[in-house]
Design a protein. Structure first.
Lengths: 344, 328
């Protein structure tokens, strides 16, 4: 089956007064219908920039986007805005992180969703649109959808607002849903409900989902595949089992060991990655992660000079961009697990 | 919504009451004797005393103020030779102008309204239009031209702009008559041609602030998340701007416009003086010069009414624009 979304060698850079920011630098991945790809990384790793690029939402005066983005067989990069616009919200829709700021404060939520429907259904009448919106509000689990239709975003709770966002994204039955940190602004309990809702809706409609998050817990709950990003590049790719249970990249190990766990020794559990993500104007030469990597000295200097390619590692389909030799990596990882219990 | 309105209206009434008390007290705090001020030549002391009696200046302050308020609500008898009956709303008798203050106001208020209201419409359209164009064409020559224009507007003084316009359009090109006020009902064409220079000068000066304010606000709004959402829905640019961004960016413009229009209605002294038109502003300044208490109080009160009404209107518009205000 052909993947619904295919991203090939995507590069996004911004010209700023301080220099060129290479926010995404040669990223490739694909997502099939009915599957969920979790894109993980720290802030500034290029996750959100990638998601905005897929919908062509970058301002062409400020951002340079190259490479290939194919949605449902149509190449988007280089297409005129008017064509990309018709696809937005209809074939590919987006859910944003903070539903309070992402919804317009001055319009009732029903009308905001109706607007998304009518822009792609020119002939739709008022009554039909209203019926469709109420159906969607009901489907995302908003009680009394007929009454809630006319209420404003500030009259909703955080979780209900995110449901409104999801209803808005789904109103045109898109084949691709991009969720950019959809649960970050929510309570943990509400977070679980929203993730469950997304999974249910996907099971019904077979949507392809790109879930952008920094939360590995979220990934483990809903994703089928995982892409780990660092400094605008993919450092590890594979299924959830592969990446979360048998991680290959030292950065992924770091991510996993900085997640708190309810089990185990609290002292040993949390081990943040030393240092900070690099500046995207001046990305370190070679592997961008090497200044923070504890294993960089084991590659005879290659980490500081040579950019590691994504190569097959471990089981089939699992890929990693790291200069450590496979057996070396296995040994280091075993040591790490023995010391702090990385994989849980 | 009804409670919101009631609360705002009540606070408006209280504000006006406070302004009237303050003006009243302020006048009595002044070291100047109002009566001798009305009569700069050698007046006979008996006549002065009679005027003091007529004005009620020998009564306690509270009685005087109560009489004043009563006059506004029911009218009052002023007594004395010139006075007689003064109908509600009676704001007193001006011994300087020798007429009821209400009559003075009835004469000058339409003049100021005729200057300010068209000018405000003009400056709002111009300011918002320029701001919109420069925000949408940010960084182009159009943006720079609009900003240059508004910088010029902000830098000039009205009497300078007014004098240049008079020189060019009235005295050199002779396209326009010498500025004068003709009531709108008498002759709309003469009304407009006599005031158009005042409108243009005011609009040029005021629109500068609005252009900059609206440009900055619009640019800020365009980076809001909800604008990104609107684009992500697949809405065309015109709708993203027209429906989503403009409505959110207009709020501060409404605030500033309310304050400006309210203040301008209280009197556009410089404009009236530059173009030689007798409106509320000049009347107020002359009343202060002449120590004409009833006229001073009336003009201050009218100015306060306009400011309060403008603020009330701003609050209402806010509630119309932003649903959060209605519920807040």
């Amino acid at each position: 089956m052909d993947p619904y979304l295919r991203v090939e060698d995507l590069r996004v850079s911004f010209n700023t007064t301080d220099g060129v920011v290479r926010a995404v630098d040669g990223l490739s991945f694909s997502v099939e219908r009915g599957r969920t790809l979790g894109v993980v990384g720290e802030s500034g790793s290029g996750k959100s920039v990638t998601s905005l690029a897929i919908l062509g939402l970058h301002d062409p005066r400020r951002a340079t986007v190259t490479g290939g983005i194919t949605v449902g067989g149509r190449q988007l990069i280089g297409r005129p805005e008017s064509e990309v616009r018709r696809l937005r919200g209809r074939d590919a829709a987006m859910i944003f992180q903070d539903p309070l700021s992402a919804l317009h404060p001055y319009y009732p939520v029903g009308r905001q969703i109706a607007e998304a429907y009518r822009v792609h259904h020119r002939g739709a009448g008022r009554a039909e649109t209203r019926r469709r919106v109420i159906e969607l509000l009901d489907r995302v689990g908003i009680p009394q959808p007929g009454r809630r239709y006319d209420q404003y975003p500030h009259e909703f709770s955080g979780g209900m607002r995110q449901r409104v966002m999801i209803a808005m994204a789904l109103v045109n039955d898109p084949d691709l849903l991009i969720a950019d940190e959809p649960t970050t602004a929510l309570d943990v309990t509400v977070q679980a409900q929203i993730l469950e809702l997304l999974a249910d809706l996907q099971a019904e409609s077979g949507t392809a989902i790109v879930l952008i998050t920094h939360d590995l817990g979220v990934v483990s709950q809903v994703a089928d595949e995982v892409l780990v990003m660092y400094a605008g590049r993919a450092v590890e790719q594979g299924t959830v089992e592969q990446v979360l249970l048998r991680p290959q990249h030292p950065y992924t190990w770091g991510l996993l060991s900085s997640v708190p766990s309810l089990r185990g020794d609290a002292e040993a559990d949390l081990r943040p990655i030393p240092g900070n993500p690099p500046s995207l104007i001046d990305v370190p030469a070679g592997c961008a992660f090497h200044p923070r990597c504890r294993y960089a000295e084991h590659t005879a200097g290659r980490c500081g000079t040579e950019l590691p390619e994504l190569r097959a590692a471990g089981t089939a389909g699992h890929r990693v961009a790291c200069h450590l030799r496979t057996e070396e990596r296995a040994r280091r990882y075993a040591e790490d697990v023995a010391r702090v219990g990385v994989a849980r | 919504m009804a409670r919101f309105l009631l609360r705002r209206a009540l606070s408006a009434v209280l504000t006006l009451f406070a302004v009237s008390v303050l003006t009243f007290l302020m006048f009595f705090a002044l070291p100047r004797d109002p009566v001798s001020g009305m009569c700069p030549k050698n007046c006979d002391p008996e006549r002065l005393e009679r005027v003091r009696q007529e004005l009620g200046l020998r009564d306690p302050l509270v009685t005087q103020y109560a009489g004043y308020l009563k006059g506004i609500v029911t009218g009052r008898d002023l007594g004395g030779a010139q006075g007689g009956r003064c109908d509600a709303p009676c704001l007193g008798w001006s011994y300087v102008n020798n007429e009821a203050v209400t009559d003075t106001l009835a004469r000058v208020l339409p003049v100021t309204l005729s200057i300010v209201i068209p000018a405000a419409i003009l400056w709002l359209l111009l300011g918002v239009g320029l701001g919109l164009v420069s925000a949408l064409r940010r960084g182009t020559w159009l943006d720079r031209a609009a900003i240059g224009f508004s910088l010029a507007g902000a830098s000039f003084q009205l009497y300078f702009v007014g004098a240049v316009l008079l020189l060019v359009f009235v005295y050199t090109l002779r396209w326009l008559p010498v500025p004068a006020y003709t009531p709108l009902s008498t002759d709309p064409w003469r009304w407009a041609s006599g005031l158009v220079l005042a409108w243009v000068s005011l609009a040029f000066l005021f629109s500068a602030i609005y252009a900059r304010l609206f440009r900055a606000q619009l640019l800020e709004t365009l980076s809001e998340d909800f604008v990104r959402t609107a684009r992500a829905k697949g809405l065309p640019r015109s709708r993203v701007y027209g429906r989503h961004a403009l409505r959110a960016a207009i709020t501060p413009v409404v605030t500033v416009a309310g304050l400006d229009v309210g203040a301008a209605l209280g009197g556009t002294v410089i404009t009236e003086t530059t173009f030689g038109i007798q409106g509320l502003g000049r009347t107020a300044v002359e009343a202060v010069r002449d120590g004409d208490l009833p006229t001073i109080m009336a003009t201050v009160l009218v100015a306060a009414v306009f400011v309060v009404l403008a603020n009330l209107l701003v609050d209402l518009l806010y509630a119309v624009i932003d649903p959060r205000v209605r519920f807040g």
